[in-house]
Design a protein around this ligand. Structure first.
Ligand code: PBG
Length: 321
């Protein structure tokens, strides 16, 4: 007890680092890249200041610059030139993501390439599954997700990341990958993905806004966390290698429960709205951007994330060892 015990002894400037329990490192970071098939030079995303859509031919450069900063892993999102009701450009071997994968692989063999496997950017209605009337069909969507994953794997994806919250999506993808000889391609499942209001800047960025309704019939209810454990358990049984909690900041409690319950590789997605809030406040001069970003990412790691998908990847990597 005090005065023998003094916690402040541990906080002296030169000693403090020795007692640091959480260390953020560059290997924790996954950088998102928006690849746009319709542009020829980078285009800033209005609701995500300092973040750009990149044309296919510049993706290798973008990856190269980030790798120089020590970032190893990238997740690719595509903005295709063609959309239809079935999202067929998502599994076209000459689609935007497939072309970008080949471009990056040719130049950067060592980059870890992850692809978002979903229909919303590729369908005219903007939903994450096949639509009949106003219903988003689950089972009819599964074979299409399998086709997308195989086509990404063929083009060089190391990890596929289904984000559509369809039941059985991990199994469908695992089966299709295995049948096609891609048993070494990993699955990072967006296992506990909430129907969050923090995705709206992303929908701007990826042109994936929906034409009717909302995503509440497939994404999780924000009030629940036991349900997140069920989602994760099912995805692990279906063959997920990495499970994800998304968004990160309002769901750090869920992240902690997932990590403590399953002890498997766990990712957190520091989503677009979380990024934009920081950017907006920083631009107003209300927050110290660099310190706030670091504190946010440390908090996500401390809560249990092994991997963090973040739009701040490059800015934070510059200051990490
Ligand atoms: C596609 C997808 C979304 C995000 C990642 N993949 C949008 C959505 O579900 O509406 C959101 C990412 C972000 O906000 O940064 N299904």
């Amino acid at each position: 007890m005090f005065p023998k015990v003094r916690m402040r002894r541990l906080r002296r400037e030169k000693l403090r680092d020795l007692f640091r329990e959480t260390k953020l490192c560059k290997e924790d970071l996954i950088m998102p890249i928006f690849v746009d098939e319709n542009i020829s030079s980078p285009k800033e995303i209005p609701s995500m200041p300092d973040y750009y859509r990149i044309p296919i031919k510049m993706t290798a450069d973008e990856v190269g610059k980030a790798m120089e900063l020590g970032i190893k892993a990238f997740i690719l999102f595509g903005i295709p030139s063609h959309k239809d009701d079935l999202g067929s450009s998502a599994y076209d071997d000459n689609g935007v993501i497939q072309k970008a994968l080949r471009e990056i692989k040719r130049n950067h063999e060592d980059a870890v390439l992850i692809t978002d496997v979903c229909l919303c950017e590729y369908t005219t209605h903007g939903h994450c599954g096949i639509v009949k009337g106003y219903e988003i069909l689950n089972d009819a969507t599964l074979p299409i997700l399998g086709k997308i994953a195989v086509s990404h794997a063929k083009a060089g994806a190391d990890i596929v990341a289904p984000s559509g919250m369809m039941d059985g999506m991990v199994k469908a993808i695992r089966d299709s990958l295995d049948e096609n000889g891609f048993e070494n391609v990993l699955i990072m499942s967006y296992a506990a993905k909430y129907a969050s209001s923090f995705y709206s800047p992303f929908r701007d960025a990826a042109e994936s806004g929906y034409k009717f309704g909302d995503r509440k019939s497939y994404q999780m209810d924000i009030h629940n966390s036991d349900e997140a454990l069920r989602e994760v358990e099912l995805d692990l049984k279906e063959g997920a290698d990495i499970v994800m909690v998304k968004p990160a900041l309002c769901y750090l409690d869920v992240l902690r429960r997932v990590k403590e319950t399953f002890r498997v590789p766990t990712a957190a997605y520091n989503v677009s709205g979380e990024y934009s809030m920081v950017k907006a406040a920083s631009k107003m001069g209300w927050l110290n951007e660099r310190d706030v970003i670091y504190e946010i990412l440390v908090s996500i790691k401390r809560a249990g994330a092994d991997l963090i998908i973040t739009y701040h990847a490059k800015e934070v990597a510059e200051h990490l060892q």
